[in-house]
Design a protein around this ligand. Structure first.
Ligand code: G3P
Length: 216
């Protein structure tokens, strides 16, 4: 299972890389805004220097000609840029052309299995179901992921599922049990994955026992 980091923060990306947990990065305009960045291109280039894995940069155009031009520009920033487009009819049409040109498209803002089916049929390299935002409106976001994986397996689609809008370790656990290709994870959730109170307690008692024994 691949771990992408869902952030535009360079320190977090560098830290995840040093832990060995960085298979790629996803960004979006809100994550850029959180870092105080209005024009994303410089930041995308900096992120691409920290990882060889795919780095998703989101296009802001909403019409096909705009999406095509923007996606080509973003893809030219570094060889590992993947371009995020929204799952709209325009996004699907642009995906068809851009995928044929070899540009990796990440179709984002996926909230239904049929949107994910269209993404695969359009040739998207990645599809990003937003699980936390479905949980927020009283649905189980991970049910969506299960349905998407089922559909993609039925037809052997190669589109990779990125479980996105992850809020806590249970999302990551369920994604792994379902066999999702990728989870894009906020840095604080990556740290939570390593935490267990019995690990801390066990370590403290091992160290205390060692101290006691070494004083004898
Ligand atoms: O990768 C998508 C993600 O950034 C959206 O997360 O927490 O804004 O729903 P969130």
């Amino acid at each position: 299972m691949k771990f992408f980091l869902d952030t535009a923060n360079l320190d977090e990306i560098a830290k995840a890389a040093s832990y060995g947990f960085l298979d790629g990065v996803t960004t979006n305009p809100s994550l850029m805004a959180k870092e105080g960045i209005a024009s994303q291109e410089e930041r995308i280039k900096e992120i691409c220097k920290l990882t060889d894995g795919p780095v998703s940069a989101e296009a802001l155009s909403t019409d096909v000609p705009g999406m095509l031009a923007e996606a080509r520009r973003l893809a030219g920033l570094a060889p590992n840029v993947a371009v995020k487009l929204p799952l709209t009819m325009a996004g699907l049409e642009a995906t068809k052309s851009l995928s044929a040109e070899g540009i990796k498209i990440n179709l984002t803002l996926i909230f239904s299995p049929l949107q994910a089916l269209l993404a695969a049929k359009a040739g998207a390299h990645f599809t990003s179901p937003f699980v936390g935002r479905l949980d927020d409106i009283g649905q189980d976001g991970m049910d969506l992921v299960e349905q998407i994986i089922g559909i993609y397996n039925n037809y052997a689609y190669e589109t990779e599922v990125i479980v996105a809008s992850i809020r806590h370790p249970q999302h990551v656990l369920r994604a792994a049990l379902m066999g999702a290709d990728i989870a894009t994870i906020p840095f604080k959730v990556i740290e939570q994955l390593a935490k267990h109170p019995l690990t801390d307690k066990g370590l403290a008692s091992f160290l205390a026992d060692y101290e006691k024994a070494s004083k004898k």
